[in-house]
Design a protein around this ligand. Structure first.
Ligand SMILES: [Fe+2]
Length: 535
């Protein structure tokens, strides 16, 4: 069957629209709408362009789709909205089914991992009235064990701290996580996020919009009249003080305590030794590390798309299972569009760009990186998920001490607390990282070993951790070849890797977007397939 999963919506707060297409249980294509429309998170968008793309990739039209599955069972009149949208955009509306937000999150992780016997935990701000759900995944089936309903939410808690520290909630949470390494967890967050014997309870009374009669909060003004903490709120233009870093460290530590307690409780109850996650809170890679390192945990899985963009895939999986289909595990994140050499050449020629054709793009890339230059690397199919995993990446030499600041200043136009991350050949991972396990999607941090922090300072955080990507020749041969070539030159099987975008843009999808990033930032070189551009 041809099953099309979609996420997104038409209201404020419905972000991360995406589309994923399964044909007879096999994923053919998946992509986020933001990549096509060029607006990060594509708030309030249904995934028109992403749907058009996944159908094109499979050589199908809307008339060939058996069922469209939308992740969101309580959205007001959504089935009618979808019907009108599909008819207007595609001339036809197939059978539409609605599935629960958190069940779709859970399915994206459990079936994406290959339906291993495991505990399945989803945690986010909220979706369909739920904020955390716990499932037992066994013999290809998920059984719901427990759910936390809104406003009892870890995502709301972390979002509140994010906004309190002067950032935008539902997008800047990673900045708080980055700040945590520079602070001390000296503030007691237990009165706000109480850690209980089996998990947590979020005391949310202070948040506007939660208590009846108080206005809905915006993302720009106070989320609360008074945060129950003796620290004044930071406004976006205020300088950072030690206090702010301590608040971040305290909130991060409390989140970790709550999550570890919850997982420990449900592992004991079910006897599982594996855990998989999804939902926006699973983007917290420090928390994922803490859970991976727990006694009683053999293995964890965090898919490449934890956010609501992953709901499209999870929704499609649920329908495939309902239809009795066998599902293939995800395997990798390269499910978006690719562009042929002829297409790229056309774009370059039309733009009047000067370029040369490389005989060995990996070797050329390694030479450019060795020289301390910033390289855009555009190859193959776009990543599904927020992380560039070697197909739409910016790469640089991890040995150059100030490379993080150079990239943040010249390309990303941002001040950041997190360092940029390393991509390392999987087979060499345990030489450089403690308790190394395969981490292909950059969703977990690891403690570095030996003197890596000194020899590759650009990719190690202040707390001695790194959010690495394990690179496999089997799933991304060109990226693996590049790192092999780089190893010959810098004596490390590691490249610095960050996403191919500037400031607040979504990651580049097309050659046009890559060129725009190249010519409007301080990048030194760009390699699109075999075409090499240098400034
Ligand atoms: Fe969600």
């Amino acid at each position: 069957m041809n099953i099309l999963g979609i996420s997104g919506g038409v209201s404020f707060g419905n972000q991360d629209g995406s589309a994923a297409l399964l044909v007879d249980g096999k994923l053919i294509a998946a992509a986020e709408e933001e990549r096509f429309v060029g607006i990060k998170f594509a708030n309030g968008h249904l995934p028109r362009s992403a749907i058009a793309y996944v159908l094109r990739e499979a050589n199908l039209t809307m008339a060939d789709v058996d069922t469209i599955v939308f992740a969101g069972s309580t959205y007001i009149e959504i089935a009618d909205v979808l019907k009108r949208f599909l008819v207007a955009q595609f001339g036809h509306a197939p059978n539409i089914k609605l599935v629960d937000h958190h069940e779709a999150h859970a399915a994206s992780s459990y079936y994406g991992w290959g339906a291993k016997e495991s505990l399945v935990v989803t945690w986010d701000n909220s979706g369909d009235g739920k904020c955390t759900t716990i499932w037992s995944g066994s013999q290809g089936k998920m059984t719901l064990l427990h759910e936390y309903r809104r406003p009892n939410s870890l995502g709301l808690f972390y979002g509140a701290v994010t906004q309190y520290l002067g950032f935008m909630r539902d997008s800047d949470e990673y900045k708080v996580m980055g700040m945590a390494a520079y602070g001390q967890p000296i503030y007691d967050f237990d009165p706000i996020l109480e850690v209980t014997s089996d998990g947590y309870h979020f005391h949310s009374d202070f948040i506007q919009g939660i208590v009846p009669g108080r206005p809905q909060p915006t993302k720009f003004i106070g989320l609360f009249d008074e945060f129950p903490l003796a620290v004044p709120r930071r406004l976006p233009t205020d300088p950072f003080t030690e206090t702010h870093f301590n608040v971040a460290a305290s909130a991060q530590a409390q989140l970790e305590r709550a999550c570890v307690t919850l997982v420990r409780h449900w592992l004991a109850k079910t006897g599982h030794r594996r855990v998989c996650f999804a939902g926006g809170v699973a983007l917290n890679c420090l928390m994922n590390q803490k859970i991976r390192e727990m006694d009683g945990v053999d293995e964890i899985f965090v898919p490449p798309v934890c956010s609501d963009a992953g709901l499209a895939l999870g929704a499609a999986y649920l329908e495939a299972i309902a239809q009795g289909e066998q599902i293939s595990p995800l395997g990798h994140a390269y499910w978006g569009p690719s562009f042929s050499s002829a297409e790229i050449k056309r774009v370059l020629d039309r733009a009047g760009a000067r370029y040369r054709v490389s005989r060995n793009a990996a070797e050329d890339a390694a030479s450019i990186i060795e020289q301390g230059k910033i390289l855009g690397w555009f190859q193959g199919r776009l990543e599904y998920g927020p992380r560039a995993l070697g197909c739409r990446s910016i790469l640089a030499n991890p040995r150059v001490a100030d490379m993080k600041d150079i990239i943040n200043m010249r390309v990303k136009f941002r001040e950041e607390y997190r360092p940029l991350a390393p991509a390392i050949l999987h087979e060499r991972g345990s030489e450089f990282f403690d308790n190394y396990t395969d981490s292909p999607y950059m969703t977990q941090t690891f403690r570095t070993k030996g003197n890596l922090a000194e020899i590759a300072p650009a990719v190690v955080h202040a707390d001695g951790t790194a959010r690495l990507q394990s690179v496999h020749a089997s799933t991304n041969p060109r990226f693996a070849e590049l790192i092999h070539e780089l190893q010959k030159k810098i004596d490390l099987p590691i490249t610095l890797n960050t996403s191919l975008n500037a400031y607040n843009d979504p990651m580049a999808c097309s050659p046009h977007q890559a060129l725009r990033t190249f010519f409007t930032t301080g990048m030194d070189a760009l390699i699109l397939e075999e075409f090499v551009l240098e400034k």
